[in-house]
Write a protein that binds this ligand. Structure first.
Ligand code: ADE
Length: 248
């Protein structure tokens, strides 16, 4: 899977993606290219932005410059069709389901904005002609899309075959718990323990030492449900609603 980042800060990449399993498989199971938006600047100061029409604070990235940078990024794919993503707090909220589906794409082009944003006309054009998707990683505002892009890439790479130690590893993580009937459900992960059995007078739950896999599974799913109900009532309500629907 080839990922191309379009940014004014190419030196931010691969950054954290050079570590751990993403780093180990960078150059083999996935690859990263970076397009520097400044290389498409139309002036000798390498400026990429200008003041907003209508006034107001901040600067807006210019349509022609961003357009040319995205066009350069697309050249990396020849006859393949990558998913094109614009990282923005105004986008659709990112989640594990989106990560799983992006991981099956022919590649990703990720546009990272800075300043007050990007001229809307280039966004409209790339949505209309290239199916660009706008994605937010949460209800807060970052200084730019680069950290958000890193988050999206890390979570997608977990679903690229071969990147995790074991093909089943993404199962039974948060948002991907296998329910008693084998269905994947959006619950949070159950707690994990390792040696020693007793630490600082805290003991490992005895069921985990029992060797009874059916009981262990039951206990873990129950824990996932309890934790989800406590900290994520939104996920819990959806889970209960889906359970009811399947029972009906
Ligand atoms: N750029 C700035 N804030 C962002 C967010 N929350 N998600 C994605 N991109 C962003």
């Amino acid at each position: 899977m080839l990922i191309t980042i379009v940014t004014i800060f190419p030196e931010m990449f691969p950054g954290m993606l050079a570590y751990s399993l993403p780093g180990k498989h960078l150059g083999t199971l996935w690859d990263l290219k970076v397009v520097n938006i400044r290389n498409h600047s139309d002036n000798r100061w390498q400026k990429v932005d200008d003041t907003p029409y209508g006034g107001g604070a901040g600067m807006v990235m210019k349509a022609n410059i961003v357009h040319n940078a995205l066009t350069e990024a697309l050249k990396n794919y020849q006859n393949k069709v990558p998913a094109i993503i614009h990282m923005t707090p105004r986008g659709k909220l990112f989640n594990n389901t989106t990560a799983r589906s992006l991981a099956t794409c022919d590649g990703l082009v990720i546009l990272c904005g800075r300043y007050e944003g990007i001229d809307q006309r280039v966004i409209d054009h790339w949505i209309k002609h290239y199916g660009m998707q706008e994605i937010s990683i949460g209800d807060y505002v970052l200084f730019g899309g680069e950290v958000a892009a890193t988050v999206v890439i890390e979570s997608c790479l977990r679903f690229v075959p071969g990147i995790m130690h074991n093909e089943n590893s993404p199962d039974n993580d948060s948002f991907d718990i296998k329910d008693t009937n084998g269905d994947r459900v959006d619950l949070l992960e159950y707690p994990q323990y390792t040696k020693p059995v007793s630490w600082n007078s805290y003991d490992v739950p005895s069921v985990l030492l029992s060797g009874n896999h059916a009981e262990i599974m039951k206990w873990r799913i129950e824990q996932s449900k309890q934790i989800t109900e406590q900290v994520r009532p939104d996920l819990w309500n959806t889970y209960k609603m889906l359970c009811k629907r399947y029972q009906a």
